[in-house]
Ligand binder design. Structure first.
Ligand SMILES: *Cc1c(COP(=O)(O)O)cnc(C)c1O
Length: 383
């Protein structure tokens, strides 16, 4: 059967296409034009962030952040193994060694209680990721970082428009990284942003992002020519993408409200399975304001998850899983580092399943997906 309820679908919710047209008609389609400034200002004002720079992706923002950390060979970065590769690659590209820490079984975020034991004299930074848009325990993480003199880079790829104790995710660590990839809540296809919370990092961040030149200062009239002053790369997105993004960022409430409705509907419809202990869903601590990035469930084990995916696929519904834990990836195995024991990460990666979640998903679609999951478990209980 062909898939009629995909896992994800990009959406247009406001003036995205009008703005893209204006970006081209205005004669500035390359980077750092009026729409880039508008997107950055919109987020800075909204999130109370001192400086936000649009980038071509969250991966690019993480790379700039790792450059700003000034890692040397042998330096260590603490992060979860249960994350997307870009969190680790940013550090590895700079010659640093990733040191993986297990996750909490409730939020699937890095377990802050295990961080201190992973710190060595070579540790330079912590890269926590806010899984599914639910915040890590940032008070504990920032406290450890301060006591050990470490930098904190929040991978807030999934955490845009979510809060921890009243603070927007991405604005709590020294730096934060956002993603506007198609699969994220607010998107321009491919895109990202670097949030710079430590003022000392701002000037160099601009230079690294502008191919190692002081072009940003030149555009502001602060220098009379621009030239090569540092390393760097091409991390500036086209103003056409920024224009599309502005259309999405102007509608953050609307998008989040709909995702919240979908989340509550899934939760309500799947309640019988949750009450019977057959599946487990996300836990959101009271001090965390979520952005409903994902709706995931945890099955009893790998075999059950594989069968459930096949059951849904046969009904034309695409449900997906992630992550292959980074510590068990071919790349890490080939590096022959001491093997970490990460039982919660290993267990979660075998049981987690993500259900379709996107702005245009209808109540009927949600009901159909939930019916598929309920049907699967009722067939199993009869067997
Ligand atoms: C999506 C994602 C990324 C990568 O984002 P891109 O914008 O595609 O580079 C990085 N980290 C996490 C946790 C993500 O979910």
């Amino acid at each position: 059967m062909t898939i009629h309820i995909p896992f994800n679908k990009p959406c247009i919710v406001g003036s995205e296409l009008i703005y893209v047209g204006q970006a081209v008609a205005g004669g500035h389609a390359s980077g750092d034009g009026p729409f880039t400034r508008r997107a950055q200002k919109l987020m800075e004002d909204r999130f109370g962030a001192r400086r936000i720079l649009l980038t071509t992706s969250c991966t690019a923002a993480l790379e700039i952040a790792a450059l700003l950390c000034d890692f040397g060979p042998g330096d260590e970065v603490i992060l979860p193994s249960f994350t997307f590769v870009s969190t680790a690659n940013a550090a590895v590209l700079r010659g640093a060694t990733p040191v993986f820490v297990d996750i909490r079984p409730d939020t699937l975020n890095i377990d802050e209680r295990l961080i201190e034991a992973a710190i060595t004299p070579r540790t330079r930074a912590i890269f926590p990721i806010h899984y599914a848009g639910v915040a890590c325990e940032m008070d504990a993480i920032m406290d450890i970082a301060t006591r050990h003199g470490l930098l904190v880079v929040e991978d807030a790829a999934q955490g845009v428009f979510a809060k921890y104790k009243g603070q927007w995710l991405g604005t709590i660590g020294h730096m934060g990284c956002y993603s506007f990839h198609e699969t994220k809540n607010f998107s321009c296809g491919e895109g990202g942003a670097l949030v710079i919370n430590d003022p000392k990092l701002e000037k160099r961040a601009e230079i690294l992002r502008e191919k190692g030149t002081n072009r940003s200062q030149f555009l502001r009239g602060q220098v009379d020519k621009y030239t090569w002053v540092d390393v760097g790369s091409s991390y500036v997105p086209s103003d056409m993408l920024a224009a599309f993004l502005v259309g999405q960022l102007e509608n953050m409430e609307k998008i989040t409200a709909r995702r919240g409705e979908i989340d509550r509907l899934y939760t309500m419809l799947l309640a019988p399975l949750i009450e019977l202990g057959l599946i487990q869903i996300a836990h959101v601590p009271l001090h965390c304001m979520p952005n409903y990035h994902m709706f995931y469930l945890l099955t009893a084990g790998l075999e059950e998850r594989t069968a459930l995916i096949a059951h849904l696929r046969a009904a034309g519904i695409l449900a997906v899983f992630h992550y292959v834990p980074l510590h068990s990836s071919p790349f890490m195995k080939a590096r022959n580092l001491p093997l970490a024991d990460l039982p919660v990460t290993d267990d979660t990666s075998r049981r987690l399943l993500r259900l379709p979640m996107y702005f245009d998903l209808t109540d009927r679609d949600v009901a159909e997906v939930a019916a598929g999951v309920l049907g699967f478990y009722s067939e199993r209980m009869v067997e």
